[in-house]
Design a protein around this ligand. Structure first.
Ligand SMILES: [Zn+2]
Length: 171
């Protein structure tokens, strides 16, 4: 398929490409960065809180997003974490795990440091927090507690001759 000129009115479509050449998911987005965030939240297992400063060494992985209709690959570094823990001092959920410091956790809101975070639902009750006050970003709700972040590393290209697929739309 020829690479089409990008039409600014047309939403771009991306798919997640794996090392073995398989492709999963179809993300519609104006920007590859948005598609990368969706891909990260879909495919990366969150494994605990991560301080943004140390995230890159701890939990990150590389994502290869192919723009559907082209052989262009957008390469991202991505990581995820969960928001089901809360600060025992103020109930905020922006609690970071630290690998190299004691105690293990620190609250981004009140700066308290502690060994064991509180369960988020207990904290909401104890501190009587509503949704605006618990520190969760707007786009997350109780059922969807995975946060993701991505950083663009660069661009690449699927070599000519390698097979491309067009996955089904799934979100
Ligand atoms: Zn706190």
């Amino acid at each position: 398929m020829a690479e089409s000129e990008s039409d600014p009115n047309e939403k771009r479509k991306f798919t997640l490409r794996f090392e073995d050449g398989s492709e999963r998911h179809k993300f519609t987005s104006e920007w590859p960065g948005h598609a990368a965030l969706k891909a990260a939240r879909k495919e990366i297992d969150p494994n605990g809180f991560t301080d943004p400063e140390t995230a890159e060494e701890e939990n990150s992985t590389r994502l290869y997003l192919r723009e559907i209709g082209t052989r262009k690959l957008f390469v991202y570094k991505a990581w995820t974490w969960k928001h089901n823990h809360a600060c025992p001092e103020c109930g905020n959920r922006r609690v970071y795990r630290r690998k190299r410091k004691d105690p293990d956790y620190r609250c981004a809101n009140c700066k308290a440091e502690f060994d064991t975070p509180m369960d988020a639902s207990e904290a909401s009750e104890k501190f009587d927090l509503d949704d605006d006050e618990n520190g969760l970003p707007d786009y997350l709700d109780e059922d969807d507690l995975t946060e993701a972040d991505v950083t663009r590393l660069g661009r690449s290209r699927v070599p000519d001759g390698e097979r491309l697929t067009t996955p089904e739309e799934d979100s």
